[in-house]
Design a protein around this ligand. Structure first.
Ligand SMILES: C[S@@+](CC[C@H](N)C(=O)[O-])C[C@H]1O[C@@H](n2cnc3c(N)ncnc32)[C@H](O)[C@@H]1O
Length: 216
């Protein structure tokens, strides 16, 4: 894969005010599995959309982590009760085994490279308590003509089928489900669902959502 300089802090800072994310929170799976006293960390929290939902559900110890200061400014303004940390997800300033549950929503799609995705997963495993919960929402390979065309268009220069340039300065990845299985090999599955939603640009998209537990 060529050097990806596009998925930078600068891109997410630039779009922070105008972005609108949409992967729906699986509130019933979360509520059934995780007590309200739990420490929940939303990795790649963006402008705090899910932090607000967690607080509204009654979770009191809610932390958001993102590397974009502009996203966190927007999150801070909207959700003053949330704790916010500016950090890259492959170097979390959180103690080992200090987190009961992690949300990772629409974040792997922003990280095209295998090695960085693996580093983020290793950090999640480090900070979660044994048996801790991971709620993952991300994009599998799509079957529609628009997406298949751009996978084919960019496979060579992006070095991976499913990675493509967005055209506005970033690069996204849609995943083989087998790759998501590999990333989460140290977790056991508790549930999964597929959901139709919209991209940042309003195009229809299929999202896969998994509830996983870190195998003790
Ligand atoms: C598509 S947004 C999703 C935001 C949020 N999870 C939601 O669903 O509303 C992806 C976010 O992940 C952040 N992000 C991407 N790669 C990151 C990394 N390596 N370290 C920290 N944050 C990252 C971006 O800054 C952006 O705010």
């Amino acid at each position: 894969m060529d050097r990806v300089t596009t998925n930078t802090v600068e891109y997410w800072d630039r779009v922070a005010e105008s972005s609108r994310f949409s992967h729906p929170l699986d509130a019933s799976a979360l509520s059934a599995a995780v007590p309200r006293s739990a420490r929940l960390v939303d990795l790649g929290c963006g402008y705090g959309r899910l932090l607000g939902e967690l607080i509204d559900l009654g979770y009191r110890d809610v932390v958001g982590v993102d590397q974009s200061a502009a996203m966190l400014d927007r999150a801070r303004a909207q959700h003053p009760a949330a704790q916010l940390i500016e950090a890259p997800l492959d170097r979390l300033p959180l103690a080992d085994s200090s987190v009961d549950g992690v949300l990772l929503y629409a974040v792997l799609t922003c990280i095209p490279a295998d090695d960085l995705q693996l580093a983020v997963m290793a950090e999640i495993e480090r900070v979660l308590v044994p048996g801790g919960h991971l709620f993952l929402s991300d994009l599998p390979l799509q079957t529609d003509r628009r997406n298949r065309a751009r996978y084919r268009r960019d496979a060579d220069h992006c070095g991976q089928f499913g990675v493509f340039d967005s055209g506005d300065g970033t690069r996204f990845r849609h995943h083989e489900e087998s790759w998501l299985d590999r990333l989460t090999a140290n977790f056991e599955g508790r549930g999964s669902r597929s959901v139709h939603t919209r991209t940042m640009r309003g195009n229809p998209i299929l999202v896969v959502q998994r509830h996983l537990r870190l195998v003790p």
